[in-house]
Write a protein that binds this ligand. Structure first.
Ligand SMILES: NC(=O)C1=CN([C@@H]2O[C@H](COP(=O)(O)OP(=O)(O)OC[C@H]3O[C@@H](n4cnc5c(N)ncnc54)[C@H](OP(=O)(O)O)[C@@H]3O)[C@@H](O)[C@H]2O)C=CC1
Ligand SMILES: O=C(O)[C@@H]1CCC=N1
Length: 274
């Protein structure tokens, strides 16, 4: 059914997806066409992945029936204006990974009955460990949604959600790798503060995070139980936890993610008329 995928925007998420599609044999290089304005980047993508490249978005839409929009929300309005007249609702299935922009943003700018699926992956796509949430528009069939599920399985896990959850998904798992990286950085700095050489602190912090996640997965215990297992009466862990509780660690995490959630909602308003 899907003959060729056209990707608009050749940035880091697009590259992660291309890598996944090729590694899982979902497309051959000649079935992938990418549109990217920067010549150097186009050349890199073309030469490294042997895929076809263009700078012309409407030409890309004419040549492909599956279109993946991988540009920043700031330029999405302009891109939709460029491709609008080339979209055929019978032929095209549109996928978008842009943060914040609701399905209605695309519906307003594309021909009536265009089939659109909104997806929120994360950068762990680079190593096939993304979690991608997908939400479909009204004209997308079950078969088409299954196809999208299969495509995004190439870069990790896929979960179906209602569109109303997409801003929360973006705030939690879309932006999530940045929070985890920040926590790792803080753990490493803490080790350095306690006198460890940076390389040692980094190794301890990374392994601890990895081991804890693996242990939660393998034992089936929840984070509360794991925390209790580590916390000896009158010991070191409870001293640290006391500070986390006093300083409002969980409250900070919740407020930060709520802020990303609000920002995601704001984005659609900010770009509504662009
Ligand atoms: N980064 C992340 O972790 C995640 C990002 N997303 C979403 O994915 C989308 C892409 O993000 P990301 O890959 O990080 O961004 P990038 O900036 O890396 O990629 C976007 C690419 O689109 C190009 N571009 C700009 N204008 C046009 C145009 N008119 N036509 C074609 N291409 C164009 C940009 O070129 P130039 O550099 O010249 O502007 C750039 O190469 C965003 O909407 C983001 O919200 C979703 C989940 C996670
Ligand atoms: O920061 C952003 O807006 C994008 C969306 C999710 C991750 N990065």
């Amino acid at each position: 059914m899907i003959k060729k995928i056209g990707i608009i925007g050749g940035g880091q998420m697009a590259e992660a997806l291309i890598k996944g599609f090729l590694e899982r044999d979902l497309f051959s290089p000649k079935e992938i066409l990418i549109s990217e304005p920067v010549g150097e980047r186009r050349q890199y993508l073309g030469e490294y992945y042997y895929i076809q490249t263009t700078q012309n978005n409407s030409e890309l839409v004419n040549k492909c029936n599956l279109i993946l929009l991988a540009v920043k929300p700031q330029v999405m309005g302009k891109v939709l204006e460029e491709i609008r007249d080339n979209i055929n609702p019978e032929k095209h299935l549109i996928l978008t990974i842009a943060a914040g922009l609701p399905l209605s943003f695309y519906e307003k700018r594309l021909p009536q009955k265009t089939k659109i699926v909104r997806i929120m992956p994360n950068t762990c796509a680079l190593i096939h460990k993304s979690i991608s949430a997908i939400a479909k528009g009204p004209y997308v069939s079950e078969e088409e949604l299954s196809l999208v599920e299969k495509l995004f399985s190439a870069i990790g896990e896929v979960i179906r959600v209602e569109e109303t959850y997409m801003d929360a998904v973006t705030a939690l798992s879309g932006s999530g790798p940045a929070y985890v990286a920040l926590f790792l950085e803080a753990l490493t700095d803490a080790g350095v503060r306690c006198g460890l050489p940076r390389a040692v602190a980094e190794k301890l912090a990374f392994s601890t995070l990895e081991g804890t996640l693996e242990m939660i997965k393998k034992t089936g215990k929840d984070p509360y139980q794991i925390k209790a297992m580590v916390t000896s009466p009158g010991g070191t862990t409870i001293s640290a936890l006391e500070v986390f509780y006093k300083e409002g660690f969980s409250g900070i995490v919740i407020s930060a993610i709520r802020s990303a959630f609000e920002r995601s909602k704001e984005l659609s308003k900010e770009f509504e008329n662009k």
